[in-house]
Ligand binder design. Structure first.
Ligand SMILES: Nc1ncnc2c1ncn2[C@@H]1O[C@H](COP(=O)(O)OP(=O)(O)OP(=O)(O)O)[C@@H](O)[C@H]1O
Ligand SMILES: [Mg+2]
Length: 205
């Protein structure tokens, strides 16, 4: 059993399923705390089901009880570890696939909300590496450019912080993402990314 930031994660003994139970935060009012945990769990199920409909690789999910999400265990490796072990070709290959599916998510107006390499599991399917997306508790269904750009900003920022020597790979990722967006959106999101990055520079001063 691993203890996540907001949930207990339990893998079933037969390694077929993962149970993610959102735990009580004692600093929150009891009623409010229950509402938040219930809402995030339900939202996560809904968004994962939506992604599945859009043919984005995500585990199958079920609502086990109001605070517990049951999902199919994806027997792979976190993207972080995968990148640490890989050569540049391999890293670009997986990042290209991530970019393709994140663009697909955004084209369908699903925003992940916590896009980092530890929320992507690389699973080998018919000898091909497939990125599976998990952890949609902060996600939402939205048309807004700001939230989509923030997904990319956060992913690239955490990638560059973990892998400062792989800047070329994160540029490659961003390029592939923009390439796969529907045409109007690409320009808007690129502009918004520039703005967000400008904002960051301004705040640092
Ligand atoms: N369906 C799954 N298949 C395989 N591993 C999973 C699955 N769901 C969760 N995990 C593992 O458990 C970890 C935590 O799950 P998740 O990210 O959904 O919860 P979390 O509470 O947000 O945790 P964290 O704060 O660490 O991100 C993942 O990084 C992954 O290693
Ligand atoms: Mg997580």
């Amino acid at each position: 059993m691993k203890i996540g930031a907001e949930a207990d994660i339990i893998i079933s003994e037969d390694r077929k399923f993962v149970f993610k139970r959102r735990i009580r935060k004692s600093y929150r009012d009891l009623k409010l705390d229950e509402q938040i945990r219930k809402l995030r769990t339900k939202k996560e199920v809904n968004l994962l089901e939506l992604c599945r409909e859009y043919k984005i690789p995500v585990p199958r999910v079920w609502l086990e009880d109001k605070f517990t999400l049951k999902s199919e265990f994806i027997d792979g490796e976190n993207l972080d570890d995968f990148i640490r072990e890989g050569n540049e070709d391999k890293i670009k290959r997986i990042l290209g696939k991530c970019a393709f599916f994140i663009a697909k998510m955004h084209n369908n107006n699903v925003v992940h909300g916590d896009l980092t390499a530890s929320n992507i599991i690389v699973y080998i399917e018919d000898k091909e590496e497939v990125p599976y997306f998990i952890d949609f508790g902060f996600g939402q269904k939205t048309y807004r450019v700001e939230e989509k750009a923030m997904d990319i900003h956060n992913f690239v920022k955490s990638f560059n912080a973990t892998f400062p020597l792989l800047g070329e790979c994160s540029c490659f990722f961003e390029g592939k993402y923009l390439e796969n967006l529907e045409s109007d959106e690409a320009k808007k999101i690129r502009n918004r990314l520039d703005k967000i990055r400008g904002r960051g520079r301004y705040l640092k001063k």
